[in-house]
Design a protein around this ligand. Structure first.
Ligand code: ADP
Length: 223
């Protein structure tokens, strides 16, 4: 898997660069061609993400997933990340409800990856215009923060809940209707665990899902 994902990475990076070049040449081609370029860019973005996910899975397998930990002020980090993801998922309104300010020791790129996976799934497995909630609250003892991502989408069964963080697991009903490889939650759960946190989900079919993950605070919170 390691060799395959690296072999994929090179041509895909080149295709991505050419698509970006094409976009810069806008004005030299018709609107119709512009639409094709836009589609090309979206699909290339998906390929890039899948390739990076494959590389991450292979890094998890051989124990080489590494982290550059820094102290992060969580509320401003969430504001920035959610604003960025609001542009990506323009159809869904993302409501951010921030609790008390706190900081965590985390790898910012990996933390962004977890949020992007959970918010991306909330958008992907919900109706086009449904709302997504992102909220934080401190644990009672003040040693960790819980981040919650909720949706009003299709939800999932108890059997699926039990298997959702397994590598390559996907709910059977969505396999042909929604693209994906079932790697995102496996990678997210590994990232959260490596930061000393926990991840879990509450869900009901037809009602929606709430994903939770915790992170230990860099400095325990005192009331
Ligand atoms: P992918 O979305 O690429 O399949 P993930 O690992 O992110 O991979 O998710 C695994 C599976 O969990 C999905 O295929 C889907 O069946 C289910 N799932 C994840 N998030 C949600 C959600 N918010 N609502 C309903 N089902 C979900």
């Amino acid at each position: 898997m390691s060799v395959a994902s690296h072999e994929l990475k090179t041509p895909i990076t080149v295709i991505k660069a050419y698509t970006q070049m094409l976009r810069l040449l806008k004005g030299q081609y018709s609107d119709k061609v512009g639409e094709v370029v836009e589609k090309l860019e979206i699909q290339t973005g998906k390929l890039v993400r899948l390739t990076y996910q494959l590389m991450d899975v292979s890094k998890i397998e051989n124990g080489s997933l590494q982290y550059d930990l820094i102290k992060i002020e969580l509320n401003s980090f969430l504001e920035e990340t959610v604003t960025m993801l609001t542009n990506v998922h323009a159809n869904n309104k993302i409501n951010l409800q921030l609790g008390d300010g706190c900081s965590v020791m985390a790898d910012p790129l990996r933390l962004e990856q977890v949020l992007s996976n959970l918010i991306g799934n909330a958008a992907k497995y919900s109706d086009k215009n449904s709302a997504i909630g992102v909220a934080t609250f401190l644990s009672e003892e003040g040693g960790s923060i819980t981040i919650q991502i909720s949706d009003h989408g299709m939800g999932m069964s108890k059997d699926s809940i039990a298997r959702i963080f397994e590598k390559f697991y996907r709910v059977e009903d969505i396999v042909s209707s929604h693209p994906g490889l079932g790697m995102g939650l496996y990678i997210s759960s590994k990232i959260v665990a490596d930061h000393g946190g926990k991840i879990w989900v509450q869900s009901e079919i037809g009602k929606g899902s709430i994903f939770y993950f915790t992170l230990p605070l860099a400095v325990p919170f005192k009331q």
